[in-house]
Design a protein around this ligand. Structure first.
Ligand code: GLU
Length: 308
């Protein structure tokens, strides 16, 4: 090792898997679990687990426990304590207070219908907020959401799979919600606060969140915290052309019985080539191969159909 290498501080990777407990483990969720686990572990990093039970009406009772048990049976090993978002509301409130003190948030009393009617155009995720309440809540309603004021500038980042990404929040999203009218904290706020508090340096998740990332990066900037690196994984579509997810029925469900085949297919889907002699290996043996052989460079930047 030369002097320069010795002087470099190596930052250990801290990755995470953050499923929402809205149903059983699915091929799509397995991709996120496997990709985040192997990317963290192949460089000797840590892999944390967080249950995103932020939205109580969407939580399926018992789903988190069933998913955790199955991950364990498949051979995944996580580091440290599991974080539950439902136990962190006080912390989200504290950060919201900090953003308020910095003059970054404002109350908004607009209804969805009012926003739709006055929005100049629609972004990927609905109407772009037109800034109605920026100078003070103006609507008739007493219920208020809290929005983060965004800057009119491009946010760009280099995704480890999908390459350079760019979004102008003011033009494509608008001031976005951190605290909802129904009293719940928004996903964008919770995920950033949790990632910061647990020291996450590497975010690996499905490509459906590519367009949320600029909002999260903006929050990091507001909170003056260094960014993690991002890897968005290709999405698997079912026969109907829709994202394979818990909402699409039983297709692609992962079980102890099909675990080996599912992990094998997930490795292949992520552009990895496990050797043929491992075809009948246990999921744990496949994970072991992945920890030693995972290549981020061969993950394809392309959503594809999968047949089961
Ligand atoms: N909870 C989200 C999901 O299950 C993932 C959030 C994230 O990884 O940032 O899709």
């Amino acid at each position: 090792m030369n002097q320069q290498q010795q002087n470099q501080t190596v930052v250990p990777v801290i990755g995470r898997f953050a499923p929402s407990p809205t149903g059983p483990l699915h091929f799509g969720t397995l991709l996120a679990a496997l990709g985040s686990y192997l990317l963290a572990k192949c460089s000797g990093g840590r892999w944390l687990l967080r249950i995103e039970d932020l939205d109580p009406p969407r939580v399926v009772p018992g789903a988190a426990e069933t998913m955790l048990r199955l991950l364990e049976q498949l051979g995944f090993e996580w580091d440290g304590e599991i974080v539950y978002q439902s136990q962190r509301y006080a912390r989200y409130q504290q950060i919201l207070g900090q953003l308020d003190q910095d003059g970054r948030v404002f109350d908004c009393s607009c209804t969805r219908r009012e926003i739709l009617a006055s929005a100049p155009h629609s972004g990927e995720e609905g109407p772009v907020y037109p800034g109605t309440c920026r100078g003070g809540a103006r609507g008739k309603r007493s219920e208020r959401a809290i929005r983060l004021r965004v800057a009119d500038e491009d946010i760009s980042y280099r995704d480890g799979v999908f390459g350079l990404q760019k979004q102008n929040l003011a033009e494509e999203v608008g001031d976005f919600i951190l605290h909802r009218v129904d009293g719940l904290f928004a996903y964008q706020l919770a995920v950033v606060v949790d990632d910061i508090d647990t020291g996450i340096t590497q975010v690996v998740r499905g490509a459906d969140l590519l367009s949320s990332t600029p909002r999260q990066i903006y929050l990091y900037q507001c909170l003056k915290v260094a960014l993690p690196e991002y890897f968005h994984l290709p999405l698997a579509f079912g026969d109907n052309g829709k994202k394979l997810s818990k909402r699409n029925g039983d297709i692609g469900l992962v079980t102890v019985e099909n675990g080996s085949a599912m992990v094998w297919r997930a490795l292949e889907f992520l552009g990895q080539s496990p050797p043929e002699e491992l075809f009948h290996a246990t999921p744990g043996e496949l994970l072991c191969w992945g920890r030693n052989n995972f290549q981020a460079a061969t993950i394809p930047a392309e959503n594809r159909q999968v047949r089961f």
